[in-house]
Design a protein around this ligand. Structure first.
Ligand code: ADP
Length: 395
């Protein structure tokens, strides 16, 4: 009997006694489907289960929007549609022959009787039904986990991209500013050189000296820009190393002021140091650089000969260095932004528009903070500013 043989080969009925299968076999009807034929359709009422004897069947479900989504392909020995048939629900998938196939149609009533007659068959079918359900749940859990991992990865990726964009933009701005800043002194240098070359014999000594001084000043400015730019690059890549040791700040201030005064007769710097001054902790070279920046700014932004004051002060933990000048001062709205990179306030010093690239205070801030201190400026409109920075006292 063909139906009985088909049942005995089926995964779900392999171990079921012949006595249970025989009445089932009698109720079964053999059907043939050509490739592409519909065996049952999603939404149809479910009255039969189906057993595939030969060929393959696709189970598909219609997704939102009516597109057919492939679920699974089943082959010989597989039972289809029994779950919806048992529960008398509408089909949740469509079964479509993917090759020519032979399929047995089993009335649900006959299947119910066989299951009731054999507890082992009932158990096996329940088990495979539960496995299907669990697998679906596990798939959902896995998909959700996967989706949230993907979302996290996408978020990280987005942050990196926007960070990179911001870095790019900053770099482009920096290059644009530098290109502009480099062009101006180079143009002056070239112009002066050309005049010297073309008109050397007819120029007076005074005129030659003036042109050479211009060249020297512009070249010095360019050198300063290149040095600052290199330093900013090392600060930002974290390459700058600090040699932190106990420091005699009074000695450092006096030496630096003496050097600057030796190079400029008009310079008038008043140094005030308390009698008892503990050593501070810091990198000597970097502190010389910070102080040099603050002092040269004070010189640049105040009239020649006006006194500049440098004062050292100490409390329980920190030593404070103050540099005060009596120049043009800083407007309250500019007090914070002057420490930002490339930040300059368009203003006039004693000789015209002040030269600079807006890197000095940014470098000072980076160097001070990297050594555990703070830097700020106190300025009242109409009065010169006081720049202050701190460094830790040596224990
Ligand atoms: P720059 O090389 O342009 O001077 P800085 O970073 O050293 O760059 O200074 C940034 C800006 O802060 C200056 O362009 C100037 O506007 C302002 N500034 C700094 N020091 C003083 C000062 N002593 N008096 C007035 N303005 C100052």
């Amino acid at each position: 009997m063909e139906a009985l043989a088909a049942l005995q080969k089926a995964v779900d009925f392999k171990d079921v006694p012949r006595a249970t299968l025989e009445p089932l076999a009698v109720a079964m009807e053999q059907c043939r489907y050509a490739s592409g034929a519909v065996i049952y359709q999603e939404g149809d009422p479910a009255e039969h289960a189906y057993l595939v004897e030969s060929g393959y069947v696709n189970l598909t479900s219609i997704k939102t929007g009516g597109e057919a989504g492939f679920v699974v392909e089943v082959g010989p020995g597989s039972l289809l549609g029994e779950m919806t048939a048992f529960t008398e629900r509408a089909r949740t998938v469509s079964a479509i022959a993917s090759t020519d196939c032979v399929v047995w149609r089993i009335p649900v009533e006959a299947l119910r009787k066989a299951v009731c007659a054999d507890p082992q068959l009932a158990w096996d079918m329940m088990r495979s039904a539960m496995e299907l359900v669990l697998e679906k749940d596990l798939n959902v859990i896995f998909t959700r986990q996967h989706a949230s991992e993907l979302k996290r990865a996408v978020d990280v990726e987005r942050q990196t991209v926007s960070q990179l964009r911001a870095d790019h933009q900053r770099r482009d701005e920096r290059i644009a500013i530098m290109a502009h800043d480099v062009r101006t002194p180079l143009a002056v240098i070239m112009g002066c050189t050309q005049v010297l070359r073309d008109r050397w014999p007819s120029l007076e000594d005074k005129e030659r000296r003036r042109l050479l001084e211009s060249i020297s000043r512009q070249a010095g400015g360019l050198l300063g820009l290149v040095q600052d730019a290199l330093e900013v690059a090392s600060i930002e890549t974290g390459e700058l190393r600090y040699d932190i040791r106990p420091l005699d700040m009074a000695e450092l201030v006096r030496c630096l002021v003496a050097d600057l005064c030796a190079a400029d007769d008009d310079l008038n710097v008043v140094v005030r140091v308390p009698e008892e001054l503990p050593k501070a902790l810091g990198d000597e070279q970097r502190h010389r650089e910070i102080l040099f920046n603050l002092l040269t700014n004070a010189m640049k932004f105040s009239p020649r000969g006006e006194p500049i004051e440098v004062e050292l002060d100490v409390d329980a933990e920190m030593l404070t260095v103050s540099v005060t000048d009596h120049g043009i001062g800083i407007e309250p709205e500019d007090v914070r932004r002057i420490f930002a990179k490339f930040s300059r306030v368009e203003q006039l010093d004693g000789d015209g528009l002040a030269e600079g690239y807006g890197l000095g205070l940014y470098i000072c801030k980076s160097l001070v903070e990297a050594q555990g201190g703070n830097i700020w400026v106190e300025s009242k409109p109409g009065e010169g500013p006081t720049f202050k920075y701190t460094l830790p006292i040596a224990g």
